[in-house]
Design a protein around this ligand. Structure first.
Ligand code: SAH
Length: 358
């Protein structure tokens, strides 16, 4: 694979242009074109010879939207194709206060959570920082966003992959996406979700990136958590809570727990009591999620009434909690489902089992 220009910061593009004997204003034009989501070949301000030189080293189009699904509620889901043919997915959600894009950090995932479609085929590879950034640039451009008025205002790192399992690329991405001369999305408008890689949580607290740190908790005891989340065999809930406190101490940002309600696993009144005991008085918020059922998985999500009952118990116990609004349920549910569906479809076509082919 060739290099990816979106991996480069403004300074690095400046150095690169110098190597090609181009003046500083060319570096600026190149960087601005890239930040507008353009392919190198489509940046009209650059001379053809310079573009030709660049294209010998760099991918023209590191990421391409190959399918868009639009929900009745306005949510959009995308399949992106990377330069090496790998497929990732993303989501774009419209809210009153702005638009949130959900981005992927790896092709697949190796964390093995029992409810999640992203991990079904394991991890294929890490995304580079530029491939993560290119998802944002492509969707911003799709919605007519400019540097002055971005169409994407908020980001959640909640697509496929475990961000802290691709630590260096994710941190580089977070710095590049926040660059003032670039698309300039500040950490305060970014949520990073981890299944709880505690060593990386401590390391991240030292980076000086004050974002919304979110941990997928999904249960109240280590034994029960390990039934759906293998990572619980490595790090305990107590260790996670200490790491969250450290992040709060360093950044002043309160942290968030995600808790997907799964029938028979984590949502009876005993779990509510235990969650209250664990979290009461801490500077945190609980985001309850109604599980999106995954075809390949047998776990069942709590219904709406039980979800509200569980929420009521947490609130009565003094926790700050919300039930996450369900978006895009009609277009392929959660994390990894769209990609898994696409890969299945293509496997069927290739092996001749597709109905339309027969
Ligand atoms: N690897 C990271 C981020 C990706 S998943 C993490 O584990 O946090 C983003 C969130 O979606 C996580 O809280 C994850 O547990 C949740 N999730 C995964 N599959 C889901 C499903 N089928 N229904 C609802 N939430 C799901």
């Amino acid at each position: 694979m060739k290099k990816i220009i979106q991996d480069f910061s403004f300074n690095e593009i400046f150095q690169l242009s110098k190597r090609f004997n181009q003046p500083a204003f060319r570096a600026k034009q190149l960087y601005e074109g890239v930040m507008q989501g353009k392919n190198i070949s489509d940046i009209t301000t650059l001379p053809a010879a310079f573009k030709q030189q660049l294209l010998e080293e760099f991918e023209d189009c590191p990421i391409e939207i190959i399918r868009t699904l639009t929900s009745t509620d306005g949510t959009e889901k995308y399949l992106f194709r990377l330069a090496d043919g790998n497929i990732i997915e993303g989501v774009f959600m419209k809210y009153k206060y702005g638009n949130t894009q959900c981005i992927s950090t790896q092709v697949g995932c190796r964390m093995g959570c029992k409810f999640c479609a992203s991990t079904l085929g394991g991890r294929v590879r890490d995304l580079t920082s530029g491939e993560i950034l290119a998802q944002v640039l492509a969707v911003n451009a799709l919605h007519g966003g400019t540097k002055e008025k971005r169409a994407v205002t908020n980001l959640v790192l909640m697509g496929s992959g475990e961000p802290f399992d691709n630590y260096d690329n994710v941190v580089k991405f977070l710095r590049n996406v926040a660059a003032e001369e670039g698309i300039n999305i500040s950490p305060r408008n970014i949520s990073l979700s981890t299944c709880g890689l505690v060593d990386k949580m401590y390391k991240f607290a030292e980076e000086g990136i004050p974002l919304n740190l979110t941990v997928s908790l999904h249960n109240t005891t280590d034994e029960e958590r390990a039934r759906t989340m293998p990572i619980a065999n490595k790090w305990s809930i107590a260790e996670i809570l200490n790491a969250c406190e450290s992040y709060f101490a360093k950044t002043g940002r309160r942290y968030i727990f995600e808790y997907a309600l799964i029938v028979g696993e984590n949502c009876d009144s005993r779990h509510a009591d235990e969650l209250i005991a664990l979290l009461k008085g801490r500077p945190c918020h609980v985001n309850l999620i109604r599980l999106n059922s995954v075809k390949e998985r047998t776990l069942e999500g709590a219904d709406e009434k039980s979800a509200y009952r569980f929420l009521g118990m947490l609130e009565k116990g003094g926790l700050s909690a919300t039930l996450r609004r369900r978006t895009g349920a009609d277009i392929g549910g959660a994390c990894g489902q769209l990609r898994a569906g696409f890969l299945n479809e293509n496997a069927e076509v290739q092996s001749g089992h597709d109905d339309n082919q027969q």
